[in-house]
Design a protein around this ligand. Structure first.
Ligand code: FES
Length: 186
């Protein structure tokens, strides 16, 4: 089945493609656009990216499968990516995974019944000096521990903030009221 993305998405991708010598170079931003519009990178999203960039579907799939920022299955409204690599792990990252399992009652990769939450472990998020780190949608939360993570989840449930970066509109979401973008918890 062919997917239909918004004209704004199509226009943004045309703009991005025009900035590269070859359309194939736009596979990664095209995947972000598809994910933003469709919620995850489905087979149809792969096909859309391949058609628009001229890259082989197998190549598009290999790019999507390599990077954890592309969701290969449906995720919750808030998707938590918890770093499991060394610096975060030795600072308590492992404990945070147990907290998420208990808090949501689902396994990594599953979505809570209300559609609000999902989580997974990922490799280094590139912020090793401020671990443990979790990326929720497109926003980093750093120096977490179990209590801070619980407070963060409570605040997100209460405020329902926009934690996404829009590739189509080129906009960052507003974030939490007092922590608009990234949050290093003291
Ligand atoms: S080890 Fe966690 S961000 Fe690098």
């Amino acid at each position: 089945m062919t997917v239909v993305l918004s004209e704004a998405a199509e226009a943004r991708l045309r703009e991005i493609i025009a900035s590269y010598p070859q359309a194939k170079s736009a596979v990664m931003p095209a995947l972000f656009i598809a994910q933003e519009e469709l919620g995850w990178v489905s087979d149809e999203a792969i096909e859309w990216v391949a058609q628009r960039t001229g890259a082989a579907p197998a190549h598009v799939r290999s790019v999507a499968s390599f990077y954890t920022m592309y969701y290969k299955r449906p995720v919750g409204k808030y998707h938590i990516q918890l770093c499991r690599t060394l610096s975060c792990a030795v600072c308590g990252g492992k404990e945070l995974l147990s907290c998420l399992r208990e808090r949501f009652g689902v396994a990594p990769g599953e979505v809570t019944a209300n559609g609000m939450w999902s989580f997974e472990e990922v490799e280094c998020l590139g912020s090793c000096g401020t671990g443990p780190v979790a990326q929720i949608n497109d926003v980093y939360f750093e120096r977490l521990d179990a209590a801070k993570l619980e407070e963060l989840i409570r605040r997100i449930e209460e405020e329902q903030p926009d934690l996404r970066y829009s590739t189509v509109k080129k906009e960052l979401g507003g974030g939490l009221a007092d922590r608009p973008r990234s949050a290093v918890w003291k």
